[in-house]
Design a protein around this ligand. Structure first.
Ligand SMILES: *[C@@H]1O[C@H](CO)[C@@H](O)[C@H](O)[C@H]1NC(C)=O
Ligand SMILES: *[C@@H]1O[C@H](CO)[C@@H](O)[C@H](O)[C@H]1NC(C)=O
Ligand SMILES: *[C@@H]1O[C@H](CO)[C@@H](O)[C@H](O)[C@H]1NC(C)=O
Ligand SMILES: *[C@@H]1O[C@H](CO)[C@@H](O)[C@H](O)[C@H]1NC(C)=O
Ligand SMILES: *[C@@H]1O[C@H](CO)[C@@H](O)[C@H](O)[C@H]1NC(C)=O
Ligand SMILES: *[C@@H]1O[C@H](CO)[C@@H](O)[C@H](O)[C@H]1NC(C)=O
Ligand SMILES: *[C@@H]1O[C@H](CO)[C@@H](O)[C@H](O)[C@H]1NC(C)=O
Ligand SMILES: *[C@@H]1O[C@H](CO)[C@@H](O)[C@H](O)[C@H]1NC(C)=O
Ligand SMILES: *[C@@H]1O[C@H](CO)[C@@H](O)[C@H](O)[C@H]1NC(C)=O
Ligand SMILES: *[C@@H]1O[C@H](CO)[C@@H](O)[C@H](O)[C@H]1NC(C)=O
Length: 882
């Protein structure tokens, strides 16, 4: 950085020049000498916690001069401490005020530790302190006023702490930091306004106040700090307009004002920022149009204007003006007009990300779309009014990973050139007016894992070739005019999780092979002409949560053991078919069911009591005239059974003891009883979201975790870090990012993921999705708001009653039964411990980490056995990763 040379010069002045005066100012004349330094260091050591013993054996008075202690650096001549560098020393405890007696100290770095307590105000009296960083600790309390009064300070970072309070205001105290070049206070809990006094720090090059709770407006005086290179004020609660004076910061490289409450227009003066590369004004309430003057900022490579109220046209020459453009995100505004700017974007050879979704653009897609850079990975034009055909030149965009043209007014056919997009993972053309056949060439798109073509006017049959896309996880062809039967090849897609074919005129019965697809999460075949025995479908869908077979010609009976076949089911609609027989009692055991529709079939006999059948808002049975019982639901009472007395006798005297024994012996029964008592009704929201699967892109993860911010970090281990993520669809998830140094694991990641993602059980932490690029691999997991069992067992703030303990025990044993029964090869849980048992919002236990060791270590057994087991877990909040 440019600041380095002045810094070095400054430090030279600090340490070399004073020595010219040494003879004139003998040490005796000062109360502080190298003995004071020793005392201060020992006092510092005494107040910190040093769990790794990095100071304990090293910092001892008898051994040698403190100048050779770890992290201590002395001036040569006087043997006085000039630098104390202890980053990443795992230090806890607090910072002793005695540190302020190190009167020659000019470099203090205690970053990346876990220090708590306040910042000692005395530090502000250190006359020579130039570089001062306490970043990434847990320091709390206000920033001492004295820190804003240090004439020697060049760089200060207090980022990533728990600091509160506000900056000194005009009247309180002036900013007297004449040498300051770098100030970062980001990621704390600072409040109040951004004082105009900051502008007195005329040497500032970097100013970061982002991710705090600053309010008020942006002081125009900031425009006076003309040497500023980086200005970050994002993720605060700033109001008012963007001051035009920001345009005076002609040396700015990066400007982030995003995620505030800023209003008004984008000032045209921002066009004077001739060096700006990163410009983020997104997530505000900005109005007006994109100023033409902004095109003068010709170095822009990353422009974020999403989620504002911008109107007007997108400047048509934007690509010519911004040749360096890599990211253009203007999603969710009210932009109108033409798409002709896409012509000019062909000039941007590094374009990776183009997002125009959710605007009001009404124009035709031109052939020039195919001239965009082959580095384009993400193209989102969805939710506009885009018309006309999809140009066949789309096949040129060979770098595409995600393409969303959904919810537009596109017509014409799907160009077969799509097959050239070998890297495309998500293809979303849903909700348009696309006609013609589904091109069989789509079967060549081997990377595809989500294909959404629903709500178009497609006709013909489902191409056999779709069965070649072995990684396909989500396929939706709903609400089209497709006919004939489902090609058998589709049932060989063993990884498919979500299939929606509803609202076509598909027919035939479903084949036996369908039983291979045990991992369906969501299956919707409603509103077609399928026939055959319902048993063949219900038989094997163990993991399914959402099942809609309504409005078909299915017949047969509901299997008696349904509760064991579909243990996870939440939504089941079998209405408008020809299903006969009685309703099995076991249906009352499906504790997660929030909607059951059996209406308009040929069911008969008594309606079971209890469970879902006691709640008329969950269950729908009308149109089955031969059903009886359940007076509350409006059915007539059943005729008394005409069975012989011996049967009754059997029921009365023999059955009860058997039931008793079974009850006592079986954990499962215990669980079922508790289950019924303790169950709250579940709202569809979260799980409905899970059903609508999307590919999760790296960009989305960046957004969802606020650029993997520390605030969202849940835990960190040697192989991975876990972040809490707010996905675009509102779902909260845990994202486990694999450390990229681990090359062997990176290689086998995709294959292992495929295996693991199929393992679904209500007592295992669910793997929702993954994100895999060349050098970035992450798993997206179900988020567990109630933390880990360990936390509940060992903390004073939490308490589990007996019932909960039994439930958890049973949950864990169910998970293991499942793992051992169904996945004996893939899944070995190497280390069950309370920290690996996580609790969801209903206090249902979920086992985490099953099989993940292999995923994260690659397939080398030697690594596996050489590593302490269980070091990889995703831990719920409040836990650290071991
Ligand atoms: C402390 O550790 C450093 C680095 O490991 C070493 O150079 C130094 O000699 C040690 N000092 C003492 C007093 O043990
Ligand atoms: C220094 O003193 C400590 C305790 O004061 C003692 O444990 C250690 O062995 C001593 N080290 C040397 C090298 O004398
Ligand atoms: C203090 O400084 C003197 C020289 O001025 C030196 O001899 C002595 O070793 C120093 N003491 C320590 C603990 O560094
Ligand atoms: C060192 O600092 C402490 C606390 O700030 C103070 O009480 C003490 O007088 C100082 N010692 C010397 C020798 O200056
Ligand atoms: C924060 O410090 C920890 C060590 O205490 C380190 O592992 C982590 O990477 C640091 N985070 C950042 C963002 O520097
Ligand atoms: C703190 O940790 C982060 C992440 O591990 C690292 O990038 C940074 O350099 C560390 N800071 C210091 C001063 O060591
Ligand atoms: C700021 O520094 C000046 C002189 O350097 C001093 O008089 C004043 O007391 C200091 N204020 C604070 C709050 O430290
Ligand atoms: C953060 O600081 C507040 C007080 O300012 C304190 O109540 C809270 O416990 C601190 N949190 C952490 C994680 O240190
Ligand atoms: C900002 O304040 C709001 C409400 O006062 C609080 O919910 C939020 O956590 C605060 N954010 C930060 C980063 O301190
Ligand atoms: C600082 O900026 C303000 C408002 O932009 C202006 O009125 C003032 O004259 C500037 N001060 C200096 C010293 O440039």
């Amino acid at each position: 950085m440019e600041g380095l040379i002045p810094t070095v010069l400054f430090m030279a002045i600090q340490f070399i020049l004073p020595c010219f005066f040494c003879p004139l100012k003998p040490a005796m004349s000062r109360p502080h000498n190298n003995f004071t330094d020793l005392e201060s260091l020992l006092a510092f050591k005494a107040s910190v916690a040093d769990p790794h013993g990095l100071l304990a054996t090293n910092w001892t008075a008898n051994a040698s001069s403190f100048c050779s202690w770890n992290g201590v650096h002395c001036s040569h001549r006087r043997q006085r401490v000039v630098a104390l560098k202890l980053p990443d020393f795992f230090l806890g405890g607090s910072i002793s005020p005695h540190i302020a007696n190190l009167s020659f100290l000019s470099f203090l770095d205690l970053s990346n530790n876990t220090l708590t307590g306040p910042i000692p105000g005395a530090i502000g009296r250190l006359p020579r302190l130039a570089l001062f960083t306490l970043a990434n600790n847990s320091l709390s309390g206000p920033i001492p006023l004295s820190i804003f009064n240090m004439s020697s300070l060049v760089k200060v970072s207090l980022a990533m702490n728990n600091l509160s309070g506000s900056l000194p205001s005009d009247t309180d105290h002036p900013f007297m930091l004449p040498r300051l070049q770098f100030m970062s206070l980001s990621m704390n809990h600072l409040t109040g306004s951004i004082t105009p006094n900051i502008a007195r720090c005329s040497q500032l090059q970097v100013l970061s106040l982002s991710s705090n709770n600053f309010s008020g407006s942006i002081p125009p005086e900031l425009g006076n700090i003309t040497g500023l290179n980086f200005l970050y004020l994002g993720a605060n609660q700033l109001t008012g307009t963007i001051p035009a004076s920001v345009g005076k910061l002609s040396k700015l490289n990066e400007l982030d004002l995003g995620d505030n409450y800023l209003q008004g227009a984008i000032p045209k003066e921002l066009g004077n920022l001739l060096d700006v590369q990163y410009l983020a004004l997104d997530k505000n309430s900005l109005t007006g149009s994109i100023p033409m003057a902004l095109l003068n900022a010709s170095e822009i490579s990353s422009l974020h204007l999403a989620e504002n109220n911008l109107i007007g046209y997108i400047p048509s020459t934007l690509g010519v003006s911004w040749p360096q453009l890599e990211i253009l995100n203007i999603r969710t505004n009210k932009l109108t007009g033409r798409l002709d700017f896409i012509n000019s974007l062909s000039n941007c050879r590094n374009l990776q990300y183009l997002m125009l979704s959710e605007n009001k653009i009404s124009d035709f897609l031109l052939d020039s779309l195919g001239n965009l850079s082959t580095s384009l990975n993400y193209l989102y034009l969805n939710s506009n009014y885009i018309k006309g055909r999809i140009p066949s030149t789309i096949g040129n965009l060979s770098g595409l990973i995600d393409l969303d043209l959904g919810q537009n007014e596109l017509t014409g056919e799907i160009p077969s050139e799509f097959s050239r997009l070998k890297g495309l993972q998500g293809m979303f053309l849903h909700h348009n007016r696309i006609t013609g056949y589904i091109p069989p060439e789509l079967g060549l798109m081997t990377s595809l894992n989500a294909l959404f073509l629903e709500e178009n006017a497609l006709s013909g049959t489902i191409p056999h070739s779709l069965g070649n896309i072995s990684g396909l996880q989500s396929l939706s062809l709903a609400a089209n005019g497709l006919f004939s039967s489902i090609p058998n090849s589709l049932w060989s897609l063993s990884g498919i999780l979500r299939l929606n074919l509803s609202g076509n005129t598909l027919d035939g019965s479903l084949p036996q092979q369908m039983g291979n697809l045990k991992f369906f999460d969501s299956l919707d075949l409603s509103k077609n002409r399928f026939s055959g025995n319902i048993l063949s479908i219900l038989g094997d869908l163990q993991m399914i949560t959402y099942l809609d077979l309504s409005n078909n010609f299915f017949d047969g009976q509901i299997p008696i053991s349904l509760d064991r076949l579909v243990i996870n089911i939440e939504y089941m609609n079998l209405s408008y078919n020809r299903i006969s027989g009685t309703i099995p009692k076991s249906l009352t055991n499906l504790g997660k069911l929030y909607s059951l529709d059996l209406s308009f079939n040929k069911l008969q006999g008594p309606i079971p009591e209890g469970g879902v059948f006691s709640n008329s808002s969950i269950v729908s049975l009308e149109g089955n005239p031969a059903l009886c019982g359940a007076l509350k639901l409006g059915f007539s009472s059943c005729p008394p059974p005409s069975n012989s007395k011996s049967n009754l006798c059997l029921l009365k005297y023999i059955l009860p003891p058997i039931v008793l024994v079974v009850l006592l012996l079986s954990c499962f029964c215990t669980r079922l009883i508790f289950h019924k008592w303790g169950k709250k009704l579940k709202l569809p929201s979260e799980d409905a979201l899970m059903n609508t699967f999307r590919v999760i892109s790296y960009r989305e993860l960046v957004r969802a975790t606020d650029n993997f911010s520390e605030a969202n970090l849940v835990g960190r281990g040697s192989f991975s870090s876990v972040y809490k993520a707010y996905l675009d669809d509102g779902l909260i998830a845990a994202v486990k990012v694999l450390n990229s140094e681990n090359q062997s694991a990176l290689r086998s990641f995709d294959a292992e993921y495929c295996a693991l993602s199929k393992i679904r059980h209500r007592n295992l932490v669910r793997i929702i999705s993954m994100c895999s690029n060349l050098d970035f691999k992450a798993l997206v997991l179900q988020f567990m708001p109630n933390g880990s069992l360990e936390q509940w067992l060992h903390s004073h703030n939490y308490y589990l009653n007996l019932l909960q303990r039994i439930n958890i025990m049973v949950d864990v044993s169910l998970a293991f039964e499942y793992l051992h029964h169904y996945h004996p090869h893939v899944v070995v849980h190497r280390d069950l411990k309370p920290s690996n048992v996580l609790l969801d919002e209903n206090m249902t236990a979920h086992v985490s980490d099953f099989g993940i060791s292999k995923l994260f270590l690659g397939d080398s057994q030697s690594i596996l056995s050489a590593t302490a087991p269980g070091t990889l877990g995703y831990m719920a909040p409040g836990n650290s990763i071991t």
